[in-house]
Design a protein around this ligand. Structure first.
Ligand SMILES: C[S@@+](CC[C@H](N)C(=O)[O-])C[C@H]1O[C@@H](n2cnc3c(N)ncnc32)[C@H](O)[C@@H]1O
Ligand code: SF4
Length: 432
């Protein structure tokens, strides 16, 4: 069978086995939120800043070119959205807060401070801030501003440590400039500085991957998130077919590169903290929203409230307009059956590479093995994971192959859902 139909068949079969659903349908219905937040004990917050100073050809995220006037209107719109939620959330503790993008540091001097002040006034914040940043925004003065805003965990999007690859990715800095940014961030005294890099770039050699890993350790990065280049179909690179991610040779090349990185980081005293991240032992890990239920603020932000998932409109103007008119910017939503919630739970735990069965049992009041045991047992026989009866830990091989499987879903689902949402501000429905 050719590769694409085979992937489609696998995807449909696994989805049906794990979720019991023939398809996942997101519709333009705006859910009634009042009841949904009532029973929740704690929640996370995600804030999306959809602005960048340039548009990278591989990037799947929702963003547009930075414009200071639009940014300040955006800050006001986000404040309206915060007010709406704070009435519903009351004083329930917010135990995880992540600011992503786009590039959050574009708004350092045009509204980010005001948004954060508003969030800290409106919610019972019981957590620290994790935020993404761009190397070109990390002057010493800007880093001081970032710290003054209360960000304790910072991620820097370096992407490559060879100038030729920075050019392919159209990143607007040199290796030397990127290293300078990381050194300044490390010296600024954050609790965790994460560096993002992308590997399996077009023509990248194993030696270049090795050099990248070693230099990141020398630079003093507390955490490294090393992602293989994914080709999202609606990005420029995806359309040009520049990234070789799904062919057999692409899959094996990525595996070899990942093995090299594992060896370097384990030897240097880092441990795996997710499929693609290695964190220096003893350092708190940099991560996106770390609790199961969260509210998303901003254009394209998603919210997950137990049996409901919904997405805001991706279009920044529409987002601003709808909040100015006093309506919620929600574009698509889907009610999740218990089986779908369980499958979603398992998906994220596999991403984190370890989980406790008792956490599943606390969440769903069902024995983990009675629901998923039959699928995990064969994976344990072939060495992809270790199951001691309570804790399940993926092996290095397991993190790779299970992630190849997860990619079957993520790239396809994200490609479809985000692709449609970027074309149409208010889609009628999207079937996954
Ligand atoms: C929102 S960006 C980071 C912050 C900032 N916008 C920047 O580019 O420096 C999030 C990260 O996702 C990763 N990323 C983006 N597109 C990717 C792709 N197509 N394949 C693999 N990783 C990707 C990059 O490592 C990037 O740093
Ligand atoms: S990779 Fe970062 S800077 Fe580039 S377009 Fe995406 S979000 Fe913006």
């Amino acid at each position: 069978m050719p590769v694409k139909p085979l992937q489609g068949f696998l995807r449909r079969t696994i989805r049906r086995l794990l979720t019991g659903e023939g398809q996942i349908l997101l519709e333009s219905r705006v859910p009634f939120l009042e009841d949904r937040l009532g029973g929740i004990e704690q929640l996370g917050l995600y804030l999306h800043i959809p602005f960048c100073r340039q548009i990278c050809p591989y990037c799947p995220y929702n963003k547009e070119l930075y414009n200071p006037e639009v940014a300040s209107q955006y800050a006001q719109a986000v404040s309206r959205e915060i007010d709406f939620y704070s009435r519903l959330v009351g004083d329930k503790p917010v135990t995880s807060f992540y600011i992503g993008g786009g590039t959050p540091t574009t708004m350092l001097h045009s509204g980010l401070g005001e948004i954060l002040e508003h969030i800290f006034r409106a919610f019972n914040m019981q957590c620290e801030i994790h935020m993404e940043s761009h190397p070109n925004d990390l002057s010493k003065e800007n880093l001081e501003t970032v710290k003054c805003l209360g960000v304790q965990h910072l991620s820097v999007g370096v992407e490559a440590l060879q100038d030729r690859h920075l050019r392919t990715l159209q990143r607007p800095y040199t290796v030397q400039e990127a290293k300078g940014a990381v050194e300044r961030a490390v010296a600024a005294g954050f609790k965790c500085v994460n560096v993002d890099v992308i590997f399996a770039l077009p023509d990248q050699t194993i030696a270049e991957v090795e050099q990248t890993g070693r230099e990141l350790v020398e630079l003093g990065a507390d955490q490294v998130a090393a992602y293989p280049l994914f080709a999202f179909p609606y990005t420029q690179m995806g359309r040009d077919g520049q990234a070789d991610t799904r062919s057999k040779s692409g899959v094996l090349r990525r595996r070899n590169m990942k093995r090299i990185l594992e060896e370097i980081f384990y030897t240097a005293g880092y441990e795996r903290t997710s499929v693609w991240a290695f964190t220096r032992r003893g350092v708190p890990k940099y991560c996106s929203v770390a609790v199961p239920l969260y509210l998303g603020l901003g254009a394209s932000a998603g919210s997950y409230l137990k049996d409901l998932f919904y997405l805001n409109t991706f279009n920044v103007n529409e987002y601003i307009n709808s909040l100015e008119q006093g309506t919620m910017p929600i574009a698509l939503s889907v009610e999740l059956s218990e089986r779908m919630q369980m499958a979603g739970w398992l998906y994220w735990r596999i991403y984190e590479t370890r989980f406790r069965k008792s956490d599943f049992e606390k969440r769903f009041a069902r024995e983990f093995d009675s629901v998923f045991g039959k699928y995990l047992r064969p994976l344990s026989w072939v060495g992809l994971l270790r199951d001691d009866g309570e804790e399940v830990v993926l092996s290095d091989e397991g993190t790779y192959w299970l992630h190849v499987l997860e990619d079957l879903f993520s790239i396809d689902y994200v490609g479809k859902l985000w692709g449609v949402s970027q074309r149409e501000p208010w889609p009628e429905k999207v079937a996954l």
